[in-house]
Design a protein around this ligand. Structure first.
Ligand code: WTA
Length: 635
């Protein structure tokens, strides 16, 4: 990509105005200047939020890996593309150059082909944060297979339901993974999950921890010997702009996770362009995003965005607390990190520890700090600004979603003056709108409402895999001709946005989106449980934690409540994963319900948050007496 960045606030407003007045001209120029195409587009954009149908760069032909790898070889072949920092600090870091990445991606792509994977096939990737994870995404993209990465902290049940939903033919995994002091038996989880997945023909296994594992004859194959035999050249599959690049699941407020489908050209253009500007990326930078590639942040801002810019992107296998709470800062010093992008939950956890863990290290290489995944509270913002950035590195508080593919509202470092807890201004090309309860847009400043986007942007998800109707209902039906984000926001006097949090039943715990419905379904599987309701409550480190109200079946026998709580969390761990465990479980005889039978979560949320001074109107409840009972026994 060319080296030009937006330099000051006036220029931002100027470019922003252009991007909004003439979006097609604007995005055409960006696409022309910064990428390689096999064939030019016929049409920059066509859209209809009613259907909904969105197409960017229709008619264009390309392969994203040519943009992320091949085109950098001539000038930057020996530059580090991926810098791998292992879990164990005594294990040597790996510098994978663009030349080497080219060979490894091609070899992997040839292995996929030799195992019968073709353009359009779905491949599930269930790997820890090791180089093979990034390489497997790129190998799929090389041959036009659609990757579906499942975060390697999800349980066997969560894995199998995602594999089946998008009908994956192959799973790529490892024997196990390292996480701090622990090792995790990933292959065991895959084996259990695959009992439910009839259509998976092949499992490719990376050897990461040298453990003894079960290899199912005919299905499971070690990856390395196949790679050793594979050619280092693989012609890229030439894709249409709107061919799917990947599926990534995200929680909804109801029902099963939604397989968000991202397509090729628009996603590439937007993630690359945002990466460059939001992180003020320059040629010799060493950029580190601490997210896992199992989430959208890792897809867009560890793999595709940085590599499309020819950047050096760090992949960290470990955790912030191992071998001690100084690990992040040790890595920053060791690799002279220039941009550091993490989640508020990590900052809050580290801010609880001795300052010495930060102060010991030389962090002077840092020039931009990023935050993503949930609102960053003021205290955490200041800790980050004072102790990590030494008030010299601007903090970019980036608001976006799995569905948006790329960063939507964020300061530009050294351009946008920041205010703690404000994501500030819309990125170039993004047109936010705040909506009131009557479905009308709220104009002017110093207002708050529900956050929508009223014009398409290149990296928006195009559908939900296998369920376009749900895509329409979830995102395009609440407000006419607008994409509804599910978040609330306020716009201050200067037009800055502050995200106030979810307005639906999605709860963000440690930066992970959790829908209450699937957790309630899991809890209700317990034979002693009649009904349950789950809400979020504020938590010092996680941002939100989960509070479960559980009605037990009347069997006459008394049960030990401590054991029951353990069993309920065990079921949640099996169905979803440990991230969805309940912090508090209150057994109750009833739940406050409306006359139509809907649980009044607003009241339950207030009780869980110990904010019972004003419970609002409870007169419409079918069973108002239960509210007092719940309050008396609140945890
Ligand atoms: C929340 C993560 C406040 C928001 C990239 C959104 C944020 C959801 C921020 C999407 C932020 C993300 N400030 N809230 N900077 N970033 N969120 O799909 O509620 O994992 O809707 O994408 O996280 O989470 P997801």
């Amino acid at each position: 990509m060319s080296n030009y960045h937006i330099k000051h606030l006036e220029e931002y407003y100027k470019v922003y105005r252009k991007s909004v007045r003439e979006p097609k001209v604007f995005w055409e120029e960006i696409a022309e200047e910064h990428f390689v195409w096999r064939k030019r587009w016929d049409k920059v954009l066509s859209w209809d939020f009613k259907k909904p149908e969105i197409k960017w760069y229709e008619g264009a032909k390309l392969n994203i890996t040519e943009n992320c790898i091949d085109r950098h070889l001539r000038t930057n072949g020996n530059k580090t593309a991926i810098l791998f920092e292992p879990n164990n600090p005594d294990e040597e870091a790996q510098h994978i150059t663009y030349n080497r990445l080219y060979e490894r991606v091609n070899q992997f792509a040839n292995v996929l082909k030799s195992q019968g994977i073709k353009k359009g096939d779905r491949v599930c990737i269930y790997l820890p944060m090791i180089p093979e994870l990034a390489i497997s995404l790129l190998a799929c993209a090389r041959i036009g297979a659609i990757h579906s990465v499942v975060f390697a902290g999800f349980s066997a049940t969560a894995l199998s339901s995602r594999i089946n939903d998008s009908d994956c033919k192959m799973v790529i995994t490892s024997d196990g993974s390292y996480r701090g002091k622990k090792t995790i038996d990933l292959k065991g989880i895959v084996d259990e999950g695959l009992e439910e997945c009839a259509n998976v023909e092949t499992v490719l296994v990376v050897n990461r921890i040298n453990s003894e594992i079960n290899m199912k004859e005919g299905r499971d194959k070690w990856l390395q010997p196949l790679l050793d035999d594979a050619s280092k050249e693989c012609e890229p599959e030439i894709m249409d702009a709107e061919d799917p690049l990947f599926i990534l699941y995200t929680s909804g407020s109801t029902g099963q996770p939604k397989g968000m489908v991202h397509t090729t050209a628009g996603y590439m253009v937007y993630t690359a362009y945002t990466f460059k500007n939001v992180f003020n990326y320059r040629a010799n930078d060493v950029y580190w995003c601490t997210a896992d590639i199992g989430w959208i942040t890792g897809h867009s801002y560890i793999v595709y965005g940085p590599l499309a810019n020819g950047a050096t992107t760090v992949m960290f296998e470990g955790v912030p607390s191992y071998p001690d709470y100084g690990r992040f800062w040790e890595v920053v010093e060791k690799h002279k990190i220039t941009q550091f992008y993490t989640a508020p939950t990590a900052i809050r956890a580290l801010a609880k520890e001795k300052l010495d863990y930060v102060d010991k290290y030389d962090l002077s290489s840092l020039k931009v700090l990023g935050s993503v995944g949930e609102p960053i509270n003021e205290e955490a913002w200041h800790w980050y600004n004072d102790n990590v950035g030494h008030k010299k590195s601007p903090i970019v508080d980036t608001w976006w979603q799995t569905e948006t593919g790329g960063i939507m509202i964020s300061p530009l470092p050294y351009v946008t003056p920041t205010i703690p807890t404000y994501a500030t201004l819309p990125f170039i090309g993004i047109q936010p709108a705040l909506m009131d309860e009557n479905g009308e847009e709220i104009h002017g400043n110093q207002v708050d409402g529900r956050l929508c986007i009223k014009f398409p942007w290149p990296s928006m998800a195009r559908t939900i895999w296998g369920n376009h109707q749900r895509y329409k209902e979830t995102y395009f039906s609440a407000y006419e001709k607008k994409y509804f984000t599910g978040d609330g926001a306020l716009r201050d006097a200067t037009g800055y946005y502050r995200i106030t949090g979810r307005v639906d039943d999605v709860i963000i715990v440690s930066g992970h989106n959790l829908g209450t419905a699937p957790i309630e379904d899991a809890v209700n599987e317990h034979p002693a449980v009649a009904e349950s309701a789950i809400v979020g409550f504020p938590h010092d480190i996680k941002g939100n934690a989960l509070y479960g109200y559980v009605i037990l079946k009347e069997t006459g026998e008394s049960r030990d409540q401590t054991n029951l709580r353990k069993e309920i969390n065990q079921i949640i761990t099996e169905h979803i994963g440990p991230i969805a465990k309940l912090d508090k479980i209150q057994f109750t005889v009833g739940l406050p319900k409306t006359r139509s039978g809907k649980i009044m979560r607003r009241i339950l949320r207030k009780i869980a948050s110990k904010d019972t001074s004003n419970l609002g109107d409870t007169s419409t409840l079918l069973n108002p007496e239960v509210v007092q009972e719940i309050m008396d026994n609140a945890l």
